[in-house]
Ligand binder design. Sequence first.
Ligand SMILES: [Ca+2]
Length: 148
Amino acid sequence: MKLRVLTLATMIFIIGCEEILDVDATSMTIESVTLEKMPFKNSYNLDWDELSGPDIYIRFEETSITGGIETGINQDISPADLPLTWDVSFSLDDFSNNLEVYIYDADVLSDDLIDGGEFEFDPSDTPSTWTLDISDDLQLTIDVTYEF
Ligand SMILES: [Ca+2]
């Protein structure tokens, strides 16, 4: 019984210290991405695909780091399909780098880049969801976890 009380007291002490020290995150991992809204017409006011809906996938990169990851392709999406969520696992391991996000329509010959953006994160600010506004009509949310 005494040991249990001590353990609980130790835990409260440790939790208290973390709050006082306000520990910064060392990395952020994107667990899922949700396409909240996107433009269904391109800059020429045409559909992305002539005969069906666009085939959407999302790419993540970290600035200064070669490579990145892509979600699977969600084919023939329509406005009624939004919001659309993909599970993903992508880590931003250095907060001095930015997160780059690109939204594509997959095509047979070359994929169309719909739009993209670059986002900076503060390691002391660690919510579980971020909203990424790429343009007025293109918005993503990402669910994330952190390591400290
Ligand atoms: Ca397409």
